[in-house]
Ligand binder design. Structure first.
Ligand code: SR1
Ligand code: MG
Length: 430
């Protein structure tokens, strides 16, 4: 596919940004002073778009623009510009459902494919903080609340069928972004693909085993089918720890360009996977002088608290606001009906735990064998040590993907994670 851009589209550059912002008086006012007083930094950190921070005497803004290709790879991988519009729509919708957990939108320029957002400061990317071993005491509660509210209020449990279908239709056009996930999460890690990479030669054998494991390929394909067909709720679509910015007090979810109506477990599982990857990566960062064991305990506690907070929060929302077209309240009027409905809701959440764990497994494997890896593991300089951590991720990821129903509670998962990490330790010291 050749690069094609609409007439008038101009990729922004550090030098052209002040002019662009000056031409939008409400943005210029936010910065204060004049264009010569503004300081611009390019901070593109994700894989897909370009991002700048602009600081003025009165304030700062974050400017994000779609490029006609995948930034990480370059022009050889063309990509539609429209992703910024879906990010905008998702920010507005999730912003309504979970006020304060996403950045505020200051400006959307449909012709230049630009979003100007509140500059989050002094926030940092959660993955960077967690790779350095920093605890965020409010993280689990904030993520639980974000997941519960964003997923519940965009689902058929809260919306009428007509309204839900209207929204599904809007986001179903985000097809180019969905295809990236379809390929990179569910397909490429299970085949020989030129985009794949892994710690070699240490994991060559494991990569081959994954490609030859038909049960694993079936499980990944089953999940891909869910991703393709289950328009359950407006999901973020790429909810890893690089899509979250934090301080000790605050948590914000960013980078909604992969948003669409998809399976809830894809978002819940993405967070679970990224916490588990971070847990295992600590085995590669720990030193005698700065042991990471206490940090690992915090990571698993965060995973447990996030799931239980999400579970309880989602149930409470369903009980209080379950006025959508699914499970019509007119059918459940007697006390016995209502008890049965309460039981049904608990069973439903048990099913969601299994689905989320399966997606978590797929997400763990893709970060080891696919194109896009995680800083958590990539920053372990010694390849043998890194490969040891990655093997543990693969072992748990594979088990979650193949037999998610065996984990009846999130603590079943954290127990297995602890055992696997324990087995890594003597090897590392020896
Ligand atoms: C082209 S790289 C795309 C990957 O990076 C994003 O963060 C998503 O995870 C996506 O799969
Ligand atoms: Mg991103």
């Amino acid at each position: 596919m050749a690069l094609s851009v609409p007439e008038g589209y101009r990729p922004l550059q550090k030098q052209s940004l002040p002019d662009y912002l000056s031409s939008h008086p409400h943005l210029a006012k936010q910065l204060g002073g004049g264009a010569t007083d503004w300081h611009t930094q390019e901070v593109s950190d994700g894989n897909v778009n370009q991002v700048f921070l602009v600081h003025g005497p009165a304030g700062s803004v974050c400017v994000k623009q779609s490029l006609p290709y995948v930034r990480l790879v370059g022009e050889s991988w063309p990509l539609t510009l429209e992703r910024i519009h879906f990010e905008h729509q998702a920010l507005l919708e999730h912003g309504r459902h979970v006020p304060g957990r996403v950045p505020q939108v200051l400006h959307h320029d449909a012709r230049q494919y630009v979003l100007v957002l509140e500059c989050l400061t002094p926030h940092i990317i959660l993955r960077k903080g967690m790779t350095a071993g920093v605890c965020y005491p409010r993280l689990a509660g904030h993520l639980a609340d974000y997941l519960a509210r964003s997923l519940f209020f965009s689902s058929d449990l809260a919306l009428t069928a007509a309204e839900k279908r209207r929204r599904v239709a809007t986001f179903s056009a985000n097809s180019a972004m969905c295809q990236i996930m379809e390929d990179m999460v569910f397909t490429e890690p299970y085949q020989l693909h030129p985009r794949n990479r892994w710690t070699s030669p240490q994991l060559d054998g494991l990569a081959a085993e994954v490609r030859e494991d038909v049960d694993l390929k079936l499980a990944a394909s089953r999940l891909k089918h869910q991703y393709l067909t289950r328009a359950e709720a407006l999901i973020h679509g790429d909810l890893h720890t690089g899509s979250i910015m934090v301080t000790q007090e605050d948590t914000r979810v960013i980078d909604q360009e992969f948003a669409f109506y998809g399976p809830m477990g894809f978002d819940v599982g993405a967070l679970m996977a990224n916490l588990l990857i971070n847990y295992f990566c600590q085995e590669g960062h720990t030193t005698d002088a700065a042991p990471r064991a206490p940090y690992q305990a915090w990571v698993l506690e965060t995973l447990e608290d996030m799931w239980s907070g999400f579970h309880d929060g989602f149930l409470a929302l369903w009980e209080a606001h379950g006025r959508g077209d699914a499970y019509p309240s007119a059918l459940f009027t007697s006390p016995a009906d209502r008890r049965a409905l309460t039981e049904e809701r608990r069973r439903w959440l048990q099913g969601l735990l299994s689905e989320s764990l399966a997606f978590a497994g797929a997400k763990m494997l893709r970060r080891i064998f696919g194109l896009a890896h995680n800083l958590d593991l990539e920053s372990i300089a010694d390849p043998d040590r890194r490969a040891g951590c990655e093997r543990a991720c693969v072992e748990l990821g594979r088990a979650l993907l193949l037999t998610p129903g065996r984990y009846r509670a999130i603590t079943d998962v954290t127990t297995v994670a602890r055992d696997l990490a324990e087995h890594l330790r003597p090897k590392r010291r020896g």
